[in-house]
Design a binder for this molecule. Structure first.
Ligand code: FHN
Length: 613
């Protein structure tokens, strides 16, 4: 098992384990200062941390449609380029974890930092490379686990401005902000919660002082660079040094970021990498085998085997595999965050640029980017074994990795009733015969594939006409300031949505303490299509769901954040009776009601389709 793989396994295993950390191996931080108090985030009874439905909100639309971003791992570790020669002459290899894994003494690491001079960091070239690759946002490590900041932070002197040989008049995050704006690309920041440098970060008794400095740095990043994304990391429980991050810390941090800028898209490592943390899930070095339910998601991946630059790492992935990853991720409704690791001088390796350029040329050729940018899950057909299918409006994009032999055909399994209007190969005039028999759609191309990565067949479809948008106002909501729904409610109202993330200290109403409460929503749900819907609840700590008086979900045992799904056949325009009971026992509370169908991408059930009892 490679160290990289082992590390990922270690992190995921430790993500819930409580590990009592050993004393830190780092020295004193370089001149930490006290910082202005951050504005307190919202919390307490009546607080709902679900500010919108990330699956459909305008706030996340650009992120959802972008589909493809550039990750940049760059920091003082890059100066070592993946190798450290110990005093005994042996060579230790790693990348961005090199200080910890090679047990480099703090004083020596600081000497390396003093030599660090990424004079050839070229923000314009980086933004242009991303643009030409089809990457529509960039996320750069503003601070990785070693605590070294890439911007001139006032919180300490452990940063590129104050502790390097770099030009003190330059600010690479400002340069990158300007360059990404010129190219119409959004800029986001990776920020590590785990901090090897700050001695206050290593023990629960002093962690509050570190959190103040963290909050202050995040405010600096927002005030100075207006990022579109915060990509938190280093949230797992671990040692060397200890990292006492708790889900409660994630609740406060997410709420704080929302006060800095409510538009920012936040990943789930703000908390503990769960469905209830932030806006986006973060599978790493892997691609979910099918669409992910309950949360937006983004697969982050390296181009070789290392995040930070490592001169010895030649495990480069092929352009074909990388492009197919992107296509398959889009067809499953996710984003692809593909990493580059600039070297000690700040240059992106040629091998990385070459692969990104190859991906960009596939996208731009024959308008094949239509299968990725702005596209998502097809819904109405299952994923085939010969490639991937994505959907944008009434067009399916069948990206064929294995083209059939002469006269051969491709089949798709239909998941709902729709007509096929047309089929054409992007970049070719060849005829494509298309027919549907039962739930099988057959495509028979008459010519050769247009390229050896993926040939795209655009299929015009006509789904059934949806019923008119409803006139609903929401569901009747009753809440009790105890754990037993029933009897006279403490609060009765109409809830436009069932979209609550109360976490630890929030509750349905200021009059209801967060210690324990229960709720019931009753009324009718009105689908726009007659097809099989998946109703999904995201709850903590218990849930029961009835549809047309039938109990279809029964998870009344105390659970943490849990998705429960059930398939039900609904009729367009009909008002189906619905009831959702929920109870908060302990820990944190969440209650969301979502649906999806072949013609309805997953979403919190919208108000117009909900009617109160
Ligand atoms: O420990 C980090 C690692 O260095 C890298 O930044 C990846 C990228 O997602 N995140 C952590 C490992 O999960």
């Amino acid at each position: 098992m490679s160290w990289q793989t082992w590390r990922t396994a270690l992190i995921s295993a430790a993500a819930t384990a409580l590990v009592v950390g050993l004393l830190t191996d780092t020295g004193q931080p370089t001149h930490p200062t006290t910082v202005a108090q951050a504005s307190p985030p919202a919390s307490g009874p009546g607080t709902n941390h679900a500010i919108d439905d990330p699956l459909t909100s305008e706030r996340t639309r650009a992120w959802r449609e972008d589909r493809f971003g550039m990750f940049i791992h760059f920091g003082v570790y890059s100066h070592l380029e993946g190798e450290y020669t110990r005093p005994d002459g042996t060579v230790c290899r790693d990348a961005e974890w090199i200080k910890r894994q090679c047990r480099i003494p703090q004083a020596e690491y600081e000497r390396f930092a003093a030599e660090f001079n990424p004079a050839e960091f070229d923000a314009e070239a980086i933004a242009r490379t991303a643009k030409e690759a089809g990457q529509r946002y960039i996320v750069i490590t503003s601070k990785h686990h070693d605590g070294y900041a890439l911007w001139p932070t006032k919180v300490n002197r452990w940063n590129l401005r104050d502790h390097s040989s770099f030009d003190k008049n330059r600010d690479i995050l400002a340069e990158l902000k300007a360059a990404t704006e010129r190219h119409g690309i959004k800029l986001g920041f990776y920020y590590s919660i785990w901090d090897w440098n700050d001695p206050d970060a290593v023990h629960p008794s002093t962690f509050g002082r570190y959190k103040e400095r963290m909050y202050a740095q995040l405010k600096e990043l927002v005030d100075n660079y207006q990022p579109s994304v915060f990509w938190f990391d280093g949230e797992w429980s671990t040692d060397r040094p200890s990292n006492p991050w708790l889900t409660q810390d994630g609740e406060a941090l997410e709420a704080y970021v929302r006060t800095l800028d409510p538009k920012i898209v936040v990943n789930n490592r703000v908390g503990k990498r769960r469905l209830v943390d932030g806006d986006t899930g973060t599978p790493e070095q892997t691609i979910p085998a099918e669409p992910v339910s309950g949360q937006l998601w983004e697969s982050c991946m390296t181009l070789n085997g290392s995040w930070g630059y490592a001169k010895w790492d030649n495990r480069w992935k092929s352009p074909a595999d990388l492009t197919r990853n992107l296509i398959s991720i889009a067809g499953r409704g996710g984003n692809y965050l593909l990493n580059v690791g600039p070297d000690a001088r700040g240059r992106i390796p040629a091998e990385s640029v070459d692969r990104l350029r190859a991906m960009g040329s596939w996208l731009v050729r024959n308008r094949q980017a239509d299968a990725v940018h702005g596209a998502g899950t097809p819904g109405i057909v299952a994923e085939p074994d010969w490639g991937s299918v994505s959907r944008k409006g009434d067009t399916l994009y069948a990206s064929v990795y294995r083209w059939p032999g002469a006269g051969g055909s491709l089949t798709l399994k239909a998941l709902s009733g729709f007509d096929v209007r047309s089929a054409r190969v992007l970049g070719s005039t060849q005829r494509v015969a298309v027919s549907r028999s039962g739930d099988t759609v057959t495509l028979t191309p008459s010519g050769a594939p247009t390229n050896d990565i993926a040939t795209v067949i655009a299929i015009g479809v006509a789904p059934p006409a949806p019923a008119a948008i409803g006139t609903g106002t929401g569901l009747k909501a009753e809440f009790w300031a105890n754990r037993k729904p029933g009897g006279t409610p403490t609060v009765t109202r109409t809830d436009p949505l069932v979209n609550y993330n109360w976490k630890y200290q929030g509750s349905p109403d200021p009059t209801i303490l967060y210690s324990g409460f229960s709720g019931r929503w009753t009324g009718f749900v009105q689908p726009r299509f007659s097809e099989r819907y998946t109703l999904t609840t995201l709850t903590s700590n218990t849930v029961r769901l009835w549809v047309d008086d039938k109990l279809v979900v029964d998870n009344w045992q105390d659970h943490g954040p849990l998705l429960s799904s059930v398939a039900v056949d609904l009729q367009a325009g009909k008002r189906h009776k619905i009831r959702l009971d929920f109870r908060k026992e302990s820990n944190e509370a969440v209650a969301k009601l979502l649906w999806s169908s072949p013609n309805t991408p997953e979403q919190v059930i919208p108000t117009t389709q909900l009617y109160p009892a």
